[in-house]
Design a protein around this ligand. Structure first.
Ligand SMILES: [Zn+2]
Length: 233
């Protein structure tokens, strides 16, 4: 965790500081070493929130948003509590997902947060990037839309058919820069029929939209990305 309560205030870790976990109230210790980003840790190392995970990828994504939007505690009517990775000014929650996650847990989190966007680390399994790239094909130039066969790609199979937006982060790839002139993320649009509808979006543009509270949508060519002629990568 990046934030704990010290004297009741949301605080960043500092050497030799202790605080309280904002979820369970137990003591957490500031870990301020040289290997990992400074963070707070429960005494037994394990977080009390079973949904919690934090990698350097999470830390880097969270740093794109103001500190008072990060690690926001949500409490359900029955008292269940979880830490939302980021809560935007408009109330949408961003969940950054690196690890494998069961269908049941996906549904639980969507029900718990309501309005949310998944941001998924598409680099966890090596084959996913290759199969994603192979199955991807353009279905519309303006707005720029791609599709793919979920049968061909485990990443798509895992995430297609969600009722909310899913954004795949495949990292900084030279293929994307060659095709679109920028590092892009891939928005998978919600589709009740389970169709694969994907829009590439430069990371900068997506972060800007989230800051401004803009709804995720298909982009016209004048908006982004495609500063260069589009070609399949
Ligand atoms: Zn705790």
């Amino acid at each position: 965790m990046e934030i704990a309560l010290v004297d009741g205030r949301r605080s960043a870790p500092q050497p030799r500081l202790t605080g309280h976990c904002p979820v369970c109230g137990s003591i957490v210790i500031a870990k301020c070493g040289t290997q990992r980003t400074w963070h707070w840790s429960h005494k037994g190392e394990r977080s009390c929130d079973p949904w919690w995970e934090e990698t350097e990828w999470h830390v880097s994504w969270k740093s794109c948003f103001p500190q008072d939007w990060r690690e926001i505690i949500h409490t359900a009517l029955d008292g269940e509590k979880h830490i939302a990775d980021v809560k935007l000014a408009d109330g949408r929650v961003l969940e950054f997902q690196h690890s494998a996650i069961s269908e049941e847990e996906r549904q639980s989190r969507e029900a718990f947060y309501g309005s949310m966007i998944w941001i998924v680390d598409g680099r966890r399994r090596k084959r996913d990037i290759q199969t994603f790239q192979t199955t991807l094909h353009q279905t519309s130039r303006d707005p720029l839309v791609y599709s793919g066969y979920k049968e061909d790609c485990a990443l798509l199979r895992d995430w297609v058919g969600r009722p909310v937006h899913v954004v795949f982060d495949l990292g900084d790839r030279k293929e994307d820069v060659a095709a679109f002139g920028a590092t892009v993320l891939w928005q998978l649009h919600p589709d009740p029929q389970g169709q694969v509808i994907l829009t590439p979006i430069p990371k900068k543009v997506l972060i800007d939209m989230l800051h401004k509270g803009t709804a995720l949508r298909h982009l016209r060519r004048t908006q982004a990305p495609a500063p260069r002629p589009i070609r399949r990568f």
